[in-house]
Design a binder for this molecule. Sequence first.
Ligand SMILES: C[S@@+](CC[C@H](N)C(=O)[O-])C[C@H]1O[C@@H](n2cnc3c(N)ncnc32)[C@H](O)[C@@H]1O
Length: 258
Amino acid sequence: MGSDQTGVVTEDAALYGDSFADVYDEWYADMFDTAAEVATLTELAGDGPICELGVGTGRLAIPLAAAGLEVVGIDGSAAMLDRLRSKEPPPSLTTVLGDMAAVADVLAADPSTAAMRFPMVMCAFNTFLNLSTEAAQQRCMHQVASILTAGGIFVVESFVPAQPSEIEVESIDESSVGNGVVVHIHTDPHTQIVRGEHLEPTGTGLRRRPWTARYLHPAQFDELAADAGLVPIHRWSDWHRAPFDEESTTHITVYRRR
Ligand SMILES: C[S@@+](CC[C@H](N)C(=O)[O-])C[C@H]1O[C@@H](n2cnc3c(N)ncnc32)[C@H](O)[C@@H]1O
């Protein structure tokens, strides 16, 4: 599951955002190099417009729009978009509720974004992996390619997964977000589907924050992209554009539409 044929939001598309909307900005604030990210994206974007998949609370879209770019942000979680709107974003930022697996269909159905084409589409911080089936990931790549202008780019950021022999099927670890939060993760190394849950002590019990993901190795990203007519032109290990190598734990890959 992930989206239906019309691009209507399904449970999967809202799962991550609805689980984390109330804590996302607070828990993950220190994890990002947002200034470097915005600088690189601004340079890549040219004159825009740009489309962000999984725009969330607007961590990137708001500064990009404030820098003068027209930005369209899609998200599957109304709770995340409510957070974004509470920050009173610039009018050049348009948000659309929908499943990014069906981004082209969702934008086509909205009068404010119908027929828009983008020189740059982006998807930051493992968000692409929130599409938790191979079919949804394939569909998303094809839909992204269809809203890019000729020669347009898709910028995607993802962690680099461990090798199959090192994957733990079941794990329970203290989360890096602190506050006693524990993360329970079940990984199926065959399907690469991960089902996780952040468990947060509340004083009276546990608040459960479920999420799902399907991890991809960089070569698998390239295969999905190639199938949609996208070719890699850059691969970096951080937003300062440090070269990617076998030690890298993250990749930022720029694909160009043929
Ligand atoms: C990790 S957050 C990233 C937010 C923001 N892009 C950032 O970098 O801070 C992932 C976002 O993707 C959204 N998301 C997850 N699956 C989605 C889907 N299938 N369609 C649209 N949005 C989705 C979540 O609601 C959430 O806002």
